[in-house]
Each structure stands twice: as C-alpha cells, then as structure tokens.
Ligand binder design. Structure first.
Ligand code: FEO
Length: 396
C-alpha cells in the first residue's frame, strides 16, 4: 500500500511496454497511469487506469480495501488512459456512483454505454466523505472539454488534477517527489505539455486563475510523480509554458537528403555560437522525433528552419513539423529560414508561406536560398542569418 497522506492512497500502474503514447509520442521511459483512493467513511476513487492494466489495478484496490466497497468514483478526465477501466470496475463495484460533469456523462455514455448511478457536479460544489471534503473545479480543455480537478480538503490539501502537471516517465519504485530523484522528469514534463496540452495555453491560464489562492500540499496528476516539495515549481512551469514564455536560446531544425542543406544549418549554428548564443539545439527533422523538437521550441525563443525542395514542394518531414508547430498556436517566437533546390526553387517560399499564413512569428534576417551546394557567398549568407538571430536574442 502506498499512502500519500491522510488515508489517501496511490493505486495507479506503470506502463513500460507501450512505444507511442496516443499512437504518436515516444515513451523511452514509459508512462504511469495514476489513480488515487481516499479511504474515508465514504470510500472514493479518483480516476481509473488504462484497461490493459486492470488486473494490477484491482489488486491495488484490494490491497487497501480488502472486501469493502467503493462508494464514489470521481472522473476528472474521460480520455481512455484514465477512464478505460470504468466498465470493468463497475462489475466489481456495481453500486459505485460516478461523479462528473455533464460533458463527462455525455462521453461516458458514448465510450462505454454507461448512464446510471451518476452524480453531476458543477464548479465549486462540494461533497463530504467524512474526514475529507471534496471540491470540484471545472477546467475545460486542459485538455478535453470535460476535464475538471478535484480538491480534497482534510489534514492535507490534495489537488487531483487530471493530466495537468503530469509528465511522461514511469514511476521507479518511489511515487512522491520528496522520495525520488526528479531530475529526469522535468524535461519529460515539458515534452508532455508541449505535445499533449500545448495547444491549450488559454484554458490552462483560466484553470490556474481558478486555483489561485488555494493552499496545496500535494498535486496528484494522472501521469508521473506526486508533487509535494515541488508544488510551486510545477505550477510556475505550467504558468510559463501556457503563456508561451521562453528562455534565450535557438532551435535550428532542418531536412536534408545528401547533407548540403545540413551544411547550411551548421554554418548558421556556428555563427550564432560565435556571436554568443549558448543554448543552441540542432535537429535533423528526419532523425529526431518531432516531440523532442517541439519540446525545445517551447523552451527557446529563437527558431531557424530549413529544408530542400522536394517534388516541387517543401521537404515532407519539415512540412509535418511546421504543421505540428502551427497546431500548438505557439506565440512569442523569432524565426529565420533557409532552403535549397536542385533545379526548381520552392522550399524557401513554402516556409515563408507557413510563417505568413499560420505561425505568425517575428521574422529575423533574410531567408537564405542555395542552389545545389554551398558556395562561399551562401556560407556568408548563412553566417549572417546566424549572427542576426544571435543579435536579436542577446539584445533581449
Ligand atoms: Fe492522460 Fe488526456 O489523457
């Protein structure tokens, strides 16, 4: 049994087998699906786990409860990595009452055909369990329409946040930040946020405003460690990311077929470094998964992208990356770009169209276009682009 505080138990599971979260995002360190049990006069479960882990989940519940029943299940988020065990759970606990909001129950009916034994709650409403009082906060679009958070007030103030403040990375024996080395989780939190929640900066800001002023001893997210010593740090990180605030630094990403466009990227990076930029990340978009590039685009203010022309259009992997960036509505960035062609020019103008029509970042320098291979003149143009970006970043 893993007690977090005050008869609130961790009953979640680890998934070290899945390769891609949502079929899209690599999981080199796995992921946890967190669920929590409040053992009070009324027993209350907060969220469930991915259905493939139901056997482990039910063992975790029995370890705390034995043969006792569960009175309530709060569903903070309906995405199946958290609601997936709902239908099976009802077979073990047929009298369980499900607590959610109107949108929760619309989805519960659609996903699982379950409509009975529900208690609908609205923002700010409370429910007494005995020694714990639950209060519900509607936090739509963090990151689905039905998402909400549940605050448990008792000896400790514990906020169950759904996906918010979560991160990739399975739990390796310890569950609370005070008991573990959290170092590896911070970048995975940025990658999780930028990939999964990143589009919803305004809803995250609205949620943070709703929570402002509430004392929180523990943040219990549905993914990653329980935050206790780092409550302020994770809230500040979410605040910064949802405002699209960045650190000084430069991401240069490029597509390349035979290394010529890559050489342009190297020239730009070298010039930016010589000009004094310390944080530079250089990525081949065909080699590094977009989730890591997005993570660093969220972190750093400067972005320079480049690619060859391919089939009279933009090199496919760069097209996909720019679509991912545009999809996140990322703001407050500087952009420069470059490209190449062998006989018909397109890549440079295509990147320009991406920025004008979708990204709306502030352009730095003139785009550099290369025909076939580097010349001394193109080398100097690349270096100039690197220096101009550096000057802009360092001036801030
Ligand atoms: Fe962890 Fe939005 O599901």
């Amino acid at each position: 049994m893993i007690e977090i505080a005050n008869k609130v138990y961790y009953v979640g599971v680890n998934d070290r087998n899945k390769s891609l979260f949502e079929g899209l995002w690599p999981l080199p360190y796995g992921v946890s699906y967190n669920s929590y049990l409040i053992d009070d006069d009324k027993v209350c479960l907060i969220d469930t786990v991915e259905v493939d882990f139901f056997v482990q989940f039910i063992e975790n519940l029995h370890a705390v409860l034995g043969d006792r029943q569960i009175d309530y299940l709060v569903i903070n988020h309906m995405e199946p990595d958290h609601s997936g065990s709902l239908a099976l759970l009802k077979k073990y606990y047929p009298n369980i009452q499900v607590i959610g909001n109107k949108k929760t129950f619309d989805m519960m009916s659609g996903f699982y055909g379950i409509r009975e034994n529900t208690i609908e709650v609205k923002n700010g409403e409370t429910l007494e369990l005995g020694h714990h009082t639950l209060q519900f906060f509607m936090t739509p679009m963090v990151h689905w329409p039905e998402t909400m958070m549940t605050l448990s007030k008792g000896e400790a103030s514990i906020l169950f946040t759904g996906d918010a403040f979560g991160c990739f990375g399975a739990l390796n024996g310890g569950f609370i930040d005070k008991d573990i080395d959290t170092e590896g989780y911070w970048l995975e939190m940025v990658r999780y946020y930028s990939n999964i929640v990143g589009k919803y900066g305004i809803p995250v800001q609205n949620a943070l405003k709703k929570l402002a002023g509430i004392h929180i001893d523990y943040i219990c997210s549905t993914h990653g460690p329980v935050w206790h010593e780092n409550v302020e740090k994770v809230v500040n990180l979410y605040d910064r990311m949802s405002k699209y605030e960045t650190d000084p630094g430069l991401v240069i990403c490029y597509g390349t077929m035979y290394g010529n466009t890559e050489r342009m990227a190297e020239q730009i990076a070298r010039a930016a470094s010589l000009a004094g930029v310390r944080n530079i990340r250089l990525y081949n978009v065909s080699k590094t998964h977009h989730s890591y590039i997005l993570q660093d685009i969220f972190r750093f203010r400067g972005l320079i992208v480049g690619a060859p022309t391919y089939n009279a259009g933009l090199y496919h992997e760069m097209d996909v990356l720019l679509q991912e960036v545009a999809n996140r509505d990322i703001k407050n960035h500087l952009i420069g770009w470059f490209g190449s062609y062998s006989w018909a020019s397109k890549a440079v103008s295509a990147i320009g169209e991406w920025n004008e029509n979708h990204l709306h970042f502030e352009q730095v320098g003139e785009p550099v276009e290369m025909k076939q291979a580097l010349t001394p003149e193109i080398k100097e143009e690349c270096a100039r682009l690197g220096r101009e970006m550096a000057a802009k970043l360092l001036a801030e």
